[in-house]
Design a protein around this ligand. Structure first.
Ligand code: NAG
Ligand code: NAG
Ligand code: NAG
Length: 231
């Protein structure tokens, strides 16, 4: 809830042009990180407002700040001309709690390990890109959407943390089986692991039983309730 209120406040601040000159000056560290992020991408005008000469990075396109002028949200969305990889510099935005990079077909590579440094990161939305590889441990996450990418890690080998309430990894190339620890993620209310290459028995427990077959469908050889029994 506190998170939602923060988000709302941030949107209100962004929507209020009269506050611009007073509030929107960000720290040198955040600005440096943002300019490094911009420089990682080619052929896009998404970052046209992100300029060295402008100290007010809180009103750059796709940048959100908290009331203390720290960058708290990064949104790079719907740009078919963007080409590049998520740069390690994203991990230097120390107070960021929301990161969304989505509908970016030219976004390739893997999630940089520096994201593990972001202790306040609760929402990571990366659907419909061309990301691959594995994912770093991000134990503070509550919302993770990796759907429609090319991730190919072994599910049991990644550390998803225990705070997830929403987990969508559908439409990737994820292998391995569903780890029993999923049944300890008691806050999980939405799960989608469909359209991957998972195999083996779905572990029985209080969390996996919350979801219907659509959460597990179209995998290599997953079996057991709510899917047909294992042979
Ligand atoms: C992104 O594109 C979708 C449709 O493709 C649209 O519904 C959505 O509002 C767009 N979002 C932003 C932030 O531009
Ligand atoms: C998980 O959530 C609890 C309760 O909100 C919080 O105290 C804890 O710090 C979170 N864990 C991590 C690793 O962020
Ligand atoms: C993940 O993102 C996709 C694309 O916006 C959306 O359709 C899906 O519902 C999201 N998953 C969850 C569990 O919210």
């Amino acid at each position: 809830m506190a998170f939602l209120l923060n988000h709302l406040l941030l949107l209100l601040l962004l929507a209020s042009p009269t506050l611009d000159a007073v509030v929107f000056k960000c720290s040198a560290a955040d600005r440096r990180a943002l300019l490094a992020i911009k420089s990682a991408f080619t052929s896009t005008n998404y970052f046209a407002s992100w300029t060295e000469s402008d100290p007010y990075c809180c009103h750059w396109k796709g940048v959100g700040c908290n009331p203390l002028f720290s960058v708290s949200g990064l949104f790079v969305i719907n740009d078919s001309s963007l080409v590049g990889e998520i740069p390690a510099a994203v991990g230097d935005l120390a107070n960021v709690f929301v990161i969304e990079f989505y509908n970016l077909p030219g976004l390739t590579g893997s999630i940089p390990s520096s994201l593990a440094n972001l202790r306040r990161l609760v929402l990571l939305n990366l659907h419909h890109n061309s990301l691959s590889g594995s994912i770093p441990a991000m134990p503070s996450l509550r919302y993770l959407n990796l759907s429609f990418n090319r991730f190919e890690f072994v599910l049991g080998s990644v550390d998803l943390g225990m705070n997830l309430t929403v987990l969508d990894m559908s439409h990737n190339r994820i292998t391995g089986s569903i780890p029993a620890q999923v049944n300890q993620m008691l806050g999980l209310t939405k799960l989608d692991l469909s359209h991957n290459r998972l195999c083996g028995q779905i572990p029985t427990g209080p969390v996996t039983s919350r979801f219907g077959s659509e959460a597990y469908s179209d995998n290599g050889c997953l079996c057991g309730a709510p899917l047909p029994a294992c042979l």
